[in-house]
Design a protein around this ligand. Structure first.
Ligand SMILES: *Cc1c(COP(=O)(O)O)cnc(C)c1O
Length: 449
């Protein structure tokens, strides 16, 4: 029987039979500190598994304040009058193993810039994942292109590559894979589909700093890659972003476009404007913060990666807890969030909200993640806009409305549980706290309802 032929209930049943067999054979791993996890749920007045605080984010380094102060005092606050942005661009490109990097004022504008210079815009269709931060939708709609969603694979939390081709039409120009939660999408399949249909690939790597696919950094695998340096991100400066790429001609265009259309190599003084541009430049003090934050990125990334793998090993056999599966090509995941699925059938049918509340009360803050945002109204508003009505035949938009149906994504939106990246910046014993808390909630599942 194929995976698709199996109903969800049969699937759950098979999983639980497997778990029962594991229990009977004693092959379920021994849980450390189990006594810590036993007893009354904290939600019901018991003692929480963990009282200790988790790290705050971002982490500022006082030693870097002199650089920021000297930028402020110099009055040279924009990149035309300093070298801080260029210095960071060189460092980040070197770290990613990519030829060029150009900073923008945020990740949203990095994506808009990439789309513009690759001529993806009015009347085009772009295949995207519905399971992403809303900016991915917004940049496609903001470019007057149609965001055509492929379904999400609930096992990997990523775009399901096997649902891409059926969504391709003669208007499709690009695929925009998102390495959501910092976990690589299946770039082998996505790139093969793009090559077959002659499509552009713009990677939304806005959560995937230093994540790797077959040893190469995410964001360097497509035609262009985009990053965010917003406050919550792993390489933060409040607001910031970057476009990276290996093609000099394209990257020259990125530079020109982000700098008012001035010819590349001509940062300030010119009377010639050969192309239409915009101003998406990063400031010097943003880059000053980044030059400090980049110093911790590799070690932080490695720590999150090691801790995430250990946590997965600790929770993978708890019935009803399904850690995110990594594709075989993943050589490192950045874990902007640590995700797993909660299958309520194993928890006495307690709704996910109860599980989230119980786990949070044990000292392990968590959330349910993205909802089915394409039902929130923004898509319908876009379809009814002047731009869209002029750029797409009514027949196409009508069919598009009928196809807004994503069972994989709906399942994931209902089952996902996220832990914050900052919880992974700790030690193995802290991962044990998380696992023990989940196990404690499992053991008390009959008291969740
Ligand atoms: C953060 C983020 C963006 C947008 O970046 P900003 O810097 O906030 O504009 C785009 N896509 C994804 C997946 C993101 O997480």
């Amino acid at each position: 029987m194929g995976k698709n032929a199996m109903t969800r209930r049969q699937f759950v049943g098979a999983a639980s039979a497997g778990t029962l067999a594991a229990l009977a054979s004693g092959s379920l791993p021994a849980y450390a500190n189990i006594s810590n996890g036993a007893g009354k749920l904290a939600m019901k007045g018991g003692r929480p598994v963990r009282a200790k605080a988790w790290p705050e984010w971002p982490i500022w380094d006082k030693a870097a304040e002199q650089r920021i102060l000297s930028i402020l005092r110099s009055g040279n606050w924009y990149r035309g009058r300093g070298h801080t942005v260029s210095e960071f661009e060189e460092k980040y490109a070197a770290l990613l193993g990519v030829k060029r990097c150009i900073c923008t004022m945020n990740g949203t504008n990095a994506l808009l810039t990439a789309m513009h210079v690759l001529d993806v815009g009015v009347g085009d269709e772009v295949i995207v994942s519905p399971y992403t931060f809303i900016a991915t939708y917004n940049v496609v709609i903001g470019s007057a292109a149609l965001p055509v969603f492929a379904d999400t694979d609930p096992e990997t939390f990523q775009i399901d590559p096997d649902t891409i081709e059926q969504r391709i039409t003669r208007r499709t120009r690009a695929i925009m894979p998102v390495h959501i939660l910092g976990i690589p999408a299946d770039m082998d399949k996505i790139k093969a589909i793009a090559a077959k249909h002659n499509l552009i690939v713009i990677e939304d790597a806005c959560q995937a700093w230093l994540a790797e696919w077959r040893g190469k950094k995410c964001g360097t695998l497509g035609d262009l890659g985009c990053f965010s340096f917003q406050n919550s991100k792993h390489l933060p400066c409040g607001e910031g972003g970057a476009v990276v790429g290996n093609d000099d001609a394209i990257m020259d265009r990125v530079h020109s476009y982000h700098n008012c259309g001035r010819p590349y190599g001509c940062v300030e003084k010119t009377s010639s404007y050969p192309i239409v541009g915009t101003n998406r430049r990063m400031t010097e003090y943003q880059a000053g913060i980044l030059l400090n934050q980049i110093q911790r990125l590799e070690a932080d990334t490695e720590r999150r990666w090691q801790n995430a793998q250990y946590l997965t090993s600790r929770i993978k056999d708890i019935p009803g807890i399904v850690p995110c599966r990594l594709y075989e090509g993943t050589t490192k995941a950045a874990y902007h969030l640590y995700p797993f699925r909660y299958v309520k059938e194993h928890f006495n049918n307690a709704p996910r909200g109860k599980f989230l509340a119980a786990l949070s009360a044990e000292g392990v803050p968590c959330s349910g993640g993205y909802g089915p945002q394409y039902r929130d109204g923004l898509i319908e508003a876009a379809l009814n806009s002047k731009n869209f009505k002029r750029s797409f035949p009514k027949k196409r938009l009508d069919r598009y409305r009928q196809e807004l149906d994503y069972p994989g994504n709906d399942q994931l939106c209902a089952e996902a549980v996220w832990l914050s990246q900052r919880m992974l910046l700790t030690d193995k014993s802290d991962m044990d706290d998380i696992a023990d808390a989940i196990l404690k909630v499992y053991e008390n599942r009959d008291k969740l309802a």
